[in-house]
Design a protein around this ligand. Structure first.
Ligand SMILES: NC(=O)c1ccc[n+]([C@@H]2O[C@H](COP(=O)([O-])OP(=O)(O)OC[C@H]3O[C@@H](n4cnc5c(N)ncnc54)[C@H](OP(=O)(O)O)[C@@H]3O)[C@@H](O)[C@H]2O)c1
Length: 203
């Protein structure tokens, strides 16, 4: 496997920091996140994403493990609450792909992160379920349009083991997924051949 130049956005997070540790022995990594990484980017701002790409030069792959959404009571949920996830997790990742297309080398890849709530909803999780489902549709549609052999996939993890204490109480009956398995999902997207795949890691 050739060494790739990879931009990892969300590199300080639970999933991103694990990926950074594992991928650094195989590839050249550029670590990015909102505040705590060498490269700082706010994926809710197109200007910020554009500025980041301009300073980085050509890339072989972009992996995004960032983006949040409203989590809370359905009965009191307001229109503005939907836009939290639309602006951050959904359009943040979509804009990172759209603005990154011309910065990827031929044969490059994008990997976005979604989550089990697209298929298996929980109470209070509507904001996340909705944007995860939208991202799945985006990935499948974008895969047939991207030029120069550029691929795109979504890694769709269940609740990951390190998040069990924090989020487990909301995920009744969900078996926490080992990070090793989640890592292999990203590796498949990065080094494999498929495009438009939703790589579900649920157990
Ligand atoms: N944890 C889970 O069990 C789980 C399961 C399935 C799916 N997911 C999804 O996976 C993604 C990552 O989850 P996580 O638990 O690893 O998150 P996390 O631990 O909260 O980390 C979030 C990461 O995203 C960065 N970030 C936050 N807002 C950003 C912005 N506007 N622009 C750029 N970077 C931003 C943070 O950067 P700074 O540290 O610099 O602020 C940090 O690196 C989320 O979309 C989540 O929904 C998580």
């Amino acid at each position: 496997m050739d060494k790739k130049r990879i931009l990892l956005i969300g590199a300080t997070g639970t999933i991103g920091s694990y990926l950074a540790d594992r991928l650094k022995t195989r590839h050249e990594l550029i670590l990015a996140s909102k505040r705590r990484s060498p490269v700082q980017v706010d994926i809710t701002s197109s200007d910020s994403i554009r500025g980041m790409y301009e300073q980085l030069g050509r890339l072989d792959a972009v992996i995004i493990t960032a983006g949040n959404a409203y989590f809370g009571d359905f009965r009191s949920m307001k229109e503005e609450d939907f836009y939290v996830g639309i602006r951050s997790k959904m359009m943040g990742q979509i804009n990172t792909v759209m603005l990154g297309r011309d910065h990827l080398n031929p044969g490059g890849s994008f990997t976005v992160t979604t989550g089990i709530l697209a298929d298996d909803p929980i109470r209070q999780g509507l904001g996340l379920s909705m944007v995860n489902g939208a991202l799945h549709a985006f990935v499948q549609a974008a895969a047939i349009e991207l030029a120069a052999g550029i691929r795109i996939n979504a890694v769709c993890p269940g609740l990951v083991e390190p998040s069990r204490d924090k989020y487990g109480p909301y995920f009744a009956g969900h078996f926490p997924v080992p990070m090793e398995k989640v890592y292999y999902g990203y590796l498949k997207s990065l080094e494999g051949a498929r495009s438009g795949e939703i790589i579900r890691i649920y157990s």
